[in-house]
Design a protein around this ligand. Structure first.
Ligand code: NDP
Length: 327
């Protein structure tokens, strides 16, 4: 029998989860649930789109519920709530609030006898795993994470909120010189400005004051003022033609030393180049949904992060098959 998946919330990420499930023959998507009018959704796989109020009827028809909501306000409420009735996986990515989110989900999951896997994706997610493993292997060293080139939704939204702006796309770009210095094992101390630049493509309303908008962007505290930022004003047609996708990626590096005189350097590097951030993140979530299912079958309950899941739980292959083909 295949693993029955439900998806709550239908945005970019959930569409990525939907396409990932289609690539995993041991999984089946049962339905998509939304807080909006379900008739307004175009669900590509053709499964039913239902209002969230229908979810409780699906308690015995869904093995794992994937939560596709946003990290700012949806997931802090939804994950502890829905883990009372379902095994769940979310992609909560507000790093500073992960410990608190974990505690909330853990309490509810243990009381209900369910599994909740949180903060699944690439960062947090695959990048977190790589940081943890390489730090365990090379205890003396430095970690570096570079993001991009890719679209930051949060920064794009911040520009869209400026008066006179119709649309915006913001790319985060790692500074190549900084990445190369880390790769050479120099262990540099890098400021925020030295690690990444920001490039913005902006469509403005007719007659808008471009100079004022540019100044407001580059001086925006928290978002842009600590970075070298370039702003390009483009037409709506150019935006549609050249900036429709949601690419992303980045690098995690650990530069460490070994030997009694610390004479040998080692660089561990993990890199991602993603044409579609939501489709890749959705693919990671699908693998962790399998883990949630397997753990639940074993009677495990409580909250888990990627650190707590043994790698074999992600795979559809048996332990014997994995040892024969991948070890
Ligand atoms: P979206 O804004 O596209 O979707 C979030 C929620 O908003 C949906 O679940 C949906 O809920 C609602 N929604 C979607 N479209 C609309 C619309 N047109 N009008 C009104 N509401 C809408 O966000 P993403 O899918 O891009 O991202 C979701 C989360 O994924 C992010 O907050 C981030 O936490 C996480 N993420 C994590 C990554 C990682 O590496 N860990 C990487 C990438 C993303 P409903 O259908 O119920 O209305």
């Amino acid at each position: 029998m295949s693993i029955r998946i439900g998806i709550l919330g239908y945005g970019n990420l959930s569409r990525g989860v939907e396409s990932a499930i289609a690539q995993n023959p041991d999984m089946e998507l049962v339905a998509v649930f939304t807080r909006r009018n379900p008739e307004s959704l175009k669900v590509k796989s053709g499964v039913p789109a239902l209002n969230v109020s229908e979810l409780e009827k699906y308690k015995d028809k869904i093995d794992v519920l994937v939560l596709g909501g946003g990290s700012a306000t949806d997931l802090p409420a939804q994950t502890p709530e829905y883990v009372k009735h379902f095994n769940v996986v979310d992609s909560f990515d507000t790093h500073a609030r992960i410990p608190e989110h974990f505690e909330n989900v853990d309490k509810a999951a243990k009381a209900a006898g369910k599994v909740g896997i949180i903060s699944v994706g690439w960062d947090p997610g695959m990048f977190s795993l790589l940081r943890m493993i390489s730090t365990s292997v090379l205890p003396e060293g430095e970690n570096y994470t570079f993001w991009g080139k890719g679209v930051s939704q949060g920064h794009s939204d911040a520009i869209r909120r400026i008066k006179g702006v119709k649309d915006a796309r913001q790319y985060t770009i790692p500074v190549e010189e900084a990445v190369n210095r880390v790769r050479k094992g120099e262990n540099p101390t890098l400021t925020t400005r030295e690690k990444h630049t920001r490039e913005c493509f902006v469509v403005v309303e007719e007659g808008a004051d471009k100079a004022a908008i540019e100044s407001e962007i580059v001086n925006m505290p928290n978002y842009f003022s600590d970075y070298d930022t370039t702003v390009h004003f483009i037409s709506a047609e150019e935006m549609e033609r050249d900036h429709k996708g949601l690419p992303h990626g980045g690098f995690v590096l650990r530069s460490g030393v070994t030997g009694f005189d610390k004479e040998n350097k080692h660089i561990i590097e993990y890199s991602l180049k993603l044409d579609s951030n939501p489709e890749f993140t959705g693919s990671v979530i699908a693998a962790y949904a399998r883990a949630a299912y397997k753990l639940s079958k074993e009677g495990v309950s409580g909250c888990k992060s990627v650190f707590d899941i043994a790698p074999a739980y992600l795979s559809p292959l048996s332990g014997e098959e994995l040892r024969r083909t991948m070890l």
